[in-house]
Design a protein around this ligand. Structure first.
Ligand code: 7TS
Length: 410
């Protein structure tokens, strides 16, 4: 397979890669699962808003307010198209994936769940798709069930189907694991969940940035994702929700913008999506998010997936060469560009620190997936994660770095 991305051109779009951490040593950024780097066009969209159109949105009738509102709302439309939503009313701006999931738990959950109801999650969830459900479970007395993850890093589908027999009201799972890189069969899992009478929320924090995701094709009810992992700014994310469900849900936060009319003792809610967007939002971040999606579309999501598949296969091969290294998760065709590994006899933080001294940025820890680490009897792992700007020579540098770790610890 030949990379379908002109990697040098893509890289040149990211100003941060001009930086040298030590003289002659540019950054090797292998921490994109935590947050991605930002291309010039995103940074410029944000700067341009502040320099040319800064104003609050949805309320002013002056020129600047009109421009700001138009830029923010066209970002929403672009993002809606990007994930195949039927309408912009289905695109709720939040702060991040975490807030999107909390919105569903607080709003849909409180309105629809009764004591004794079951929520089905998986053992490979990020804390943000566990803790909000635990909080709700404590409050209203729900049962939480978790689908087993197999040793090869895949969801145990047999266990999934048998847990669906408990008739959960809601099923929530990640599209792609941020530790194992596992890509889950969302369409099949959703079909089964719907057949069992559940609604489905998908955590798209690691999928929407890396391959084409279409909410209609997948037929999911909710999708949560964050701009900052997909070349966009921090401070903004999306909750996609099926319009019929959103219409029935009570607001999450109360305040300005989410109302139609307020009297001293009561209020009526605004229409979608504003019903869920209380207060002045991160306007520049919304505009930057639109620019990020435009950038990703110009490269092509299929191309990004092909490029990352090639990197993943290459990295798995090369990591296996290093004595003492063990990578977790499935084979390359089932996996995104996330390599969590252990190094026999060396603590993950030491691995990360030595790599850092070589200008290689990786993450060490539990990656907000403590239950999954426990499952694999690991206190922590070192994680290298890739994106559209990662190239093979950087994986080679990582491997050289790991041989250096070996040398130091022998
Ligand atoms: N879900 C998954 C699968 C994630 O990987 C993350 C962030 C989140 C949810 C939460 O996203 P946020 O934008 O609300 O923070 N994952 C990581 C990570 O792997 N390292 O740092 C953040």
């Amino acid at each position: 397979m030949i990379s379908s991305i002109d990697i040098q051109h893509v890289k040149s779009e990211f100003p941060i890669f001009d930086r040298e951490i030590q003289p002659g040593s540019p950054i090797i950024y292998l921490d994109s699962a935590a947050t991605s780097q930002k291309p010039r066009q995103v940074i410029e969209a944000i700067t341009n808003y502040y320099e040319q159109s800064n104003a609050n949105i949805h309320r002013g009738i002056h020129k600047l307010a009109e421009e700001a509102t138009k830029a923010y709302e066209s970002a929403r439309a672009r993002i809606g198209n990007f994930i195949g939503a039927r309408s912009q009313r289905e695109i709720i701006f939040t702060r991040n994936t975490t807030e999107s999931i909390n919105l569903v738990a607080r709003s849909w959950g409180k309105a629809n769940l009764q004591p004794g109801d079951t929520i089905l999650l998986t053992e490979m969830e990020h804390h943000s798709n566990i803790v909000p459900w635990q909080q709700l479970a404590q409050e209203i007395g729900l049962n939480l069930a978790f689908v087993n993850v197999l040793d090869n890093g895949q969801i145990d589908l047999e266990d999934y189907h048998s847990l669906l027999e408990r008739e959960p009201r809601l099923v929530g799972f990640t599209h792609m694991s941020n530790m194992l890189g596992t890509i889950n069969p969302v369409a099949d899992m959703t079909r089964a969940a719907h057949a069992a009478g559940a609604i489905v929320i998908v955590d798209g924090a690691q999928s929407v940035p890396h391959f084409p995701v279409n909410v209609l094709e997948l037929d999911i009810d909710f999708l949560a994702f964050s701009a900052h992992k997909m070349c966009g700014p921090t401070g903004i994310g999306v909750l996609y929700g099926r319009e019929e469900l959103l219409e029935e849900m009570p607001p999450f936060l109360g305040g300005g913008d989410m109302i139609k009319r307020v009297e001293l003792t009561e209020f009526t809610t605004n229409s979608l999506p504003y019903k869920f967007e209380a207060g002045t939002p991160a306007i520049e971040a919304g505009i930057g998010f639109g620019a990020a999606v435009e950038f990703l579309e110009s490269v092509g999501m299929e191309n990004i997936r092909l490029h990352e598949q090639e990197l993943t296969a290459y990295a798995l091969d090369r990591l296996e060469e290093v004595p003492g290294v063990r990578v977790y998760g499935p084979a390359a065709d089932q996996k995104g560009g996330v390599m969590s590994f252990s190094f026999e006899g060396v603590h993950p933080h030491d691995v990360a620190q030595i790599l850092d001294s070589l200008s290689i940025a990786v993450r060490a820890g539990h990656h907000c997936a403590m239950p999954l680490h426990e499952k694999f009897h690991l206190p922590a792992t070192t994680r290298a994660s890739f994106y559209l700007y990662t190239d093979k020579s950087e994986i080679d540098r990582l491997i050289e770095g790991l041989y250096k770790v070996k040398e130091i610890f022998n």
